[in-house]
Write a protein that binds this ligand. Structure first.
Ligand SMILES: [Fe+2]
Ligand SMILES: [Fe+2]
Length: 252
């Protein structure tokens, strides 16, 4: 059984889930980001449902999502040349290769750099604004958790997924693939909560007028990290993981 076998693209946008809408057209992600729609960790809700909750006119939003502007540039932070493609049509191997070479590589590059920025900003401005000390602590913990998370995906879940996609029925030490998937979903929620916390502590990653260059760099880098992590989590939660579960069921 393949996920997304129903031809949901024929349904009106309002009736479709946020995850499905971004999977079909990744250029919709920045629009959802600007509306603060959670399309990654809670991508199973319909557009109609989310608009109703946020008091927005669903027809207006659907119109914006119908024809999104050109996808982010390939050289934007964390953006690979293929982030605008519908990954549901790619092979599991291609999607995992993309996640590792684009999103994991982005995190491995950015997490240490932002950690240094967060420490400098806390050291210089933390006395005047103690919230910046909290940003540093939240970031440190998130960094450690994400680095461990990527190792678990690369060494356990992704090789397991590649085997399932190749038709291997299982016999994996994890038992069912649902076990590592459930663990990764919970860790995605934790990372998203840390980002929300840092967003709250910095009033939406907005630098105060007197902010120095390093302070501005920190907030711009956190904004880019958040956007990339949302796309990354979306590609795993809404595209890759359901496919691995479907392959496992089909192989049994
Ligand atoms: Fe990942
Ligand atoms: Fe992940």
């Amino acid at each position: 059984m393949q996920p997304h076998s129903r031809n949901s693209a024929l349904d009106p946008l309002a009736k479709r889930t946020l995850g499905e809408l971004v999977a079909e057209m990744p250029a919709r992600a920045p629009i959802m980001e600007s509306l603060r729609f959670d399309y990654c960790c809670h991508g199973g809700r319909t557009l109609e449902e989310v608009c109703r909750q946020q008091g927005l006119n669903v027809d207006d939003i659907a119109q914006r999502l119908e024809n999104p502007p050109t996808p982010p540039q390939a050289d934007a932070p964390g953006r690979g040349p293929h982030d605008d493609r519908d990954w549901r049509a790619a092979s599991v191997d291609e999607l995992i290769d993309h996640i590792e070479s684009v999103h994991h590589a982005f995190l491995r590059r950015e997490l240490p750099r932002i950690d240094t920025l967060a420490a400098k900003v806390a050291d210089h401005h933390g006395e005047r604004d103690p919230r910046l000390n909290d940003v540093r602590s939240v970031f440190r913990l998130m960094r450690a958790e994400l680095e461990m998370h990527m190792i678990k995906e690369e060494q356990v879940l992704f090789p397991f997924g590649r085997r399932l996609a190749a038709g291997d029925a299982g016999g994996h030490p994890c038992g069912t693939v649902r076990n590592p998937v459930a663990a990764m979903l919970a860790e995605h929620d934790d990372a998203a909560s840390s980002l929300d916390r840092m967003r709250h502590l910095t009033e939406g990653f907005k630098p105060p007028p007197e902010a120095c260059h390093t302070y501005r760099d920190l907030l711009a880098s956190l904004t880019a990290l958040e956007a990339d992590l949302h796309v990354h989590i979306h590609e795993e939660n809404n595209v890759l993981f359901p496919r691995l579960v479907a392959y496992e069921s089909a192989n049994q």
